[in-house]
Design a protein. Structure first.
Ligand SMILES: [Zn+2]
Length: 64
């Protein structure tokens, strides 16, 4: 189970590119946890909010 402040990977990476590696960013921080879940891309700080059900489907794994 995930918690507020956890870092996670989604099934689809974000569209932004990490400058240092040239790869698509896929590290998000959970910044709001409720009926809706808000995540923030740790590379570009883009925010995405979605219902918890959608989030559960799109979540790939919880990072250390
Ligand atoms: Zn991003």
């Amino acid at each position: 189970m995930y918690n507020l402040g956890d870092f996670i990977e989604m099934k689809k990476p974000h569209a932004c590119i990490i400058k240092a590696t040239g790869k698509k960013a896929n590290r998000w921080e959970i910044v709001r946890l409720g009926a809706d879940i808000k995540i923030c891309c740790t590379n570009c700080h883009h925010l995405v909010m979605m219902p918890r059900n959608d989030f559960n489907k799109k979540l790939k794994r919880i990072l250390d």
